[in-house]
Write a protein that binds this ligand. Structure first.
Ligand SMILES: Nc1ncnc2c1ncn2[C@@H]1O[C@H](COP(=O)(O)OP(=O)(O)O)[C@@H](O)[C@H]1O
Ligand SMILES: [Mg+2]
Length: 257
């Protein structure tokens, strides 16, 4: 486990509260997410892990009754401020979901969807992006896929890698993953964890997982959420072996959740 205490901060949340109608889903969360680090958000079901993750690229904005107090900054810039374009934000902060969700197109067209949507037309450059993104996601070397294969024909683990390749193609800075391995077999899961480790050299990664072994194996820092509050945050090794809060200790020991 890497010590990242001296790392730069990529995302800051301050006094972050979020409501779905009258339901108070996040309660005054203060959090610094370190740059080029893997941060795991853990906690029992319904405690606000996905909600917190989705505030980092404004995926909750469309939920009826959504209201947010406090602030979230990306490199110091208020992402809920008037200067922030949501489409630019989503390019900078990409997201991978629980269930792989490739478009019903070929591998090639999935990866190139973003660059084309952003106006890239040069064929040689698109081929370059395609190769780089597939390499970055570990798919390129994985046994000579025909790039015209429909994405849906890939095994689930490879579909998830393809979703990661689709993000890499638009050169994000932050990658959010919401339980990305929960539909995958253990080997594909390890593969995604290895991939996250490689990607964390260049990208800031935040992963929601209810798999504590995964958080322990695969993250540098961990955030423990409970009932919408952030109970504790710190280096993963420390949080798992010497939790500062009694509630973290009880959760880690399996007393609830
Ligand atoms: N779109 C929504 N509308 C209303 N309530 C929601 C919505 N999404 C989540 N919630 C509620 O917010 C709480 C936190 O949900 P969520 O962030 O998905 O938790 P977790 O990811 O930790 O399981 C839960 O009580 C959930 O029912
Ligand atoms: Mg969730």
């Amino acid at each position: 486990m890497v010590s990242t205490d001296s790392g730069q901060v990529k995302i800051t949340a301050r006094g972050l509260s979020l409501f779905y109608g009258s339901f108070h889903a996040l309660k005054s969360v203060d959090l610094d997410v370190q740059s080029r680090t893997i941060t795991a958000i853990i906690g029992p079901s319904g405690c606000g892990k996905s909600t917190l993750l989705r505030t980092f690229n404004r995926m909750n904005d469309m939920v009826p009754g959504f209201r947010l107090d406090g602030e979230v900054r990306l490199d110091g810039q208020d992402i809920y401020g008037p200067q922030m374009s949501v489409s630019v934000l989503r390019k900078r902060v990409g997201m991978v979901f629980q269930k792989p969700n490739p478009f019903p197109f070929s591998i090639r067209d999935n990866v190139l969807f973003g660059p084309r949507a952003h106006g890239v037309t040069d064929r040689a450059y698109l081929e370059h992006i395609l190769e780089q993104s597939l390499r970055g996601s570990g798919l390129w070397d994985d046994g000579g896929f025909d790039l015209d294969t429909p994405a849906q024909d890939l095994p689930l683990g490879a579909q998830q890698q393809l979703c990661i390749a689709r993000l890499l193609a638009v050169e994000p800075e932050v990658i959010l993953l919401d339980e990305p391995c929960s539909a995958l077999d253990p080997y594909s899961t390890l593969h995604i964890e290895d991939l996250m480790r490689q990607l964390s050299e260049a990208y800031t990664i935040v992963i929601v997982t209810h798999n504590m072994q995964q958080a322990a194996r695969a993250s540098d820092r961990a955030v423990f959420m409970l009932l919408g509050s952030m109970v504790e945050e710190g280096p993963t090794g420390r949080l798992f072996t010497e939790p500062h809060d009694e509630r973290t200790a009880e959760y880690i020991m399996g007393r609830f959740g």
